[in-house]
Design a protein around this ligand. Structure first.
Ligand code: ADP
Ligand code: MG
Length: 394
C-alpha cells in the first residue's frame, strides 16, 4: 500500500519533520472560576512508523491531547503540526487523520460497508475506487465477509474492528486510538491486542498515538510510553526504560506497580549503591545520571523502587530473611498478592508470589529482597514530593 500513500500531499518537509508534533499545547475547558486545565504545556513528537502510548489515570488529559490533534478541540495555546505543517486551525476532515474511539461510533443504520465508505466519500476518493478501498480495509481487520451486516448484527469486538477499518480506509499517515479496547471483555481484549500488534506491522509508515489507562496495553504496543498526570506529561521513554528505571514515583507505581521505600543513599559506585531502608542496609541500582536525574549524593534521601514480583517470601528460618507478618493475601490465579509488615521496614511491603499461597493474615514469614533489591528514584524530580505519593499500587 506504500504507493497509494505517496500522494501529491507529500512534500519535502515530510522526511525531516516528525509525523506528529505537539508544541507547548494547552487546552482549557470552560471559563472563569469553572475553568478546567485539561492539558498544560504539552510537548510530544511522534515519528512516522512509531507508536507512542499516552498512559495515565482517568482525567489526566489523554483524550484531550488526542482531540487537540484530531481537531475536535481547539488548543487554548500552542500548536499541533503534522509532518511539519501547522494544522492547529484546520478542520478535522482536512487533517487526514484516522481516529478510533472506545465507543466505536458506527452509524447504526448503515451497513458495515457503508460505514467504512463514509469517510472515503468525505475525503473525495473517486467513486470507482471506493469498493476496493473498503474491501482492503475490512480485510486488514479480518472483517472482509461482514460488509453487508448492520452494526447491531455484530459483536462488540467486531464493531471495533469495523471502526478500525473505517479509520484505516483513508490510508492515514497518523492513526489515533482512544482506549479502543476498553469496552471489550478481558479475553477479547487480549486477542484484539494481538491483532493490533499485527496491524501495527502492516502499517510501517503510520504514526500511531494510542491512549490507554491500561499499562499492559501500553507495554504490548508502544515503542515509547508517555506518562500523563494532572494535564501534564510527567515521563516519556521506551517502555523498557520506564519500567526498569522509572524516574518518578508516579511512573514506577503506575507502570508495573511498585513498593516505594523511603531510603538514604549511603554509597554509590557506578550504578551500584548501598542504601539504608529503615533498620536495614540493602544493595540497589543507581541509574546513571542524565537529563531527568541528578548525580547521586551520599546521605541524600531517595526512594527504592522494589517490584512486587521480586520480593521473595519463604519460611522464617531461611538465611538472611527478614521477619514478616502477612497482613492480607489475595489470590489472583497465576499469583497471590501479599501485603506484609516487615520488621525494620517503615512501610508495608507488597509481594507477588507464584500460584496459590496458603498464607493467611497473621502468619509469620521470611522476606528476602533480590540483589540488588531495586532501583533508586531520586527525590523531587517530576511532580512528586514525598508528601504526594501516588495511590496506585496495582
Ligand atoms: P482522560 O482522557 O485522561 O481521562 P480527559 O482529557 O478526557 O482525560 O479530561 C481531562 C480533564 O478535562 C478532566 O478533568 C475532565 O473532566 C476535563 N474535561 C474533559 N472534557 C471536558 C469538557 N468537554 N468540558 C469540561 N471539562 C472537560
Ligand atoms: Mg479519555
Amino acid at each position: 500500500m506504500s504507493s497509494a500513500l505517496t500522494t501529491s500531499t507529500v512534500t519535502a518537509t515530510d522526511s525531516a519533520e516528525p509525523a506528529i508534533v505537539f508544541d507547548r499545547v494547552g487546552v482549557s475547558y470552560g471559563r472563569g472560576r469553572k475553568t478546567t486545565v485539561a492539558l498544560a504545556d504539552f510537548n510530544l513528537r511522534v515519528a512516522a512508523g512509531e507508536t507512542v502510548a499516552l498512559l495515565g489515570p482517568s482525567g489526566s488529559g489523554k483524550s484531550t491531547a488526542l482531540k487537540a490533534l484530531a481537531g475536535f478541540v481547539r488548543p487554548t495555546s500552542g500548536a499541533v503540526r503534522l509532518a511539519g505543517r501547522d494544522v492547529t486551525d484546520l478542520s478535522p476532515a482536512k487533517r487526514g487523520i484516522g481516529v478510533v474511539v472506545q465507543s466505536y461510533a458506527l452509524f447504526p443504520h448503515m451497513r458495515v460497508h457503508d460505514n467504512v465508505a463514509f469517510g472515503l466519500k468525505a475525503h473525495r476518493v473517486p467513486r470507482n475506487e471506493i469498493g476496493a478501498r473498503v474491501a482492503e480495509a475490512l480485510e486488514m481487520v479480518g472483517m472482509g465477509a461482514y460488509g453487508k451486516r448492520l452494526p447491531r448484527e455484530l459483536s462488540g469486538g467486531q464493531q471495533q474492528r469495523v471502526a478500525i477499518a473505517r479509520a484505516l480506509a483513508i490510508r492515514p499517515k497518523v492513526l489515533l486510538l482512544d482506549e479502543p479496547l476498553a469496552a471489550l471483555d478481558a479475553q477479547l481484549r487480549q486477542s484484539m491486542l494481538g491483532e493490533l500488534q499485527q496491524l501495527r506491522k502492516a502499517l510501517p509508515d503510520t504514526a500511531m498515538l494510542y491512549v490507554t489507562h491500561d499499562q499492559a496495553e501500553a507495554l504490548a504496543l508502544a515503542d515509547r510510553i508517555a506518562v500523563m498526570r494532572d494535564a501534564r506529561l510527567v515521563d516519556i521513554d521506551t517502555a523498557r526504560n520506564l519500567w526498569q528505571r522509572p524516574s518518578t514515583d508516579f511512573t514506577a507505581a503506575f507502570l508495573g506497580g511498585a513498593n516505594l521505600l523511603p531510603c538514604t543513599v549511603n554509597h554509590v559506585a557506578g550504578t551500584a549503591a548501598l542504601v539504608t531502608v529503615g533498620e536495614h542496609t540493602l544493595r540497589a541500582e543507581a541509574p546513571a545520571p542524565g537529563v531527568a536525574r541528578p548525580d547521586w549524593v551520599p546521605n541524600a534521601d531517595a526512594r527504592l523502587c522494589v517490584r512486587p514480583h521480586t520480593v521473595q517470601v519463604g519460611p522464617l528460618t531461611e538465611r538472611d530473611a527478614l521477619r514478616g507478618t502477612v497482613v492480607t493475601s489475595v489470590w489472583k490465579g497465576a499469583s497471590t498478592r501479599l501485603h506484609l509488615d516487615v520488621t525494620g521496614i517503615p512501610v508495608q511491603i507488597t509481594a507477588d508470589v507464584q500460584g496459590h499461597s496458603e498464607l493467611s493474615p497473621g502468619d509469620q514469614v521470611g522476606v528476602r529482597f533480590a540483589d540488588p533489591a531495586g532501583v533508586l528514584i531520586p527525590p523531587g524530580i517530576g511532580t512528586d514530593s514525598a508528601a504526594d505519593q501516588p495511590e496506585v499500587r496495582a
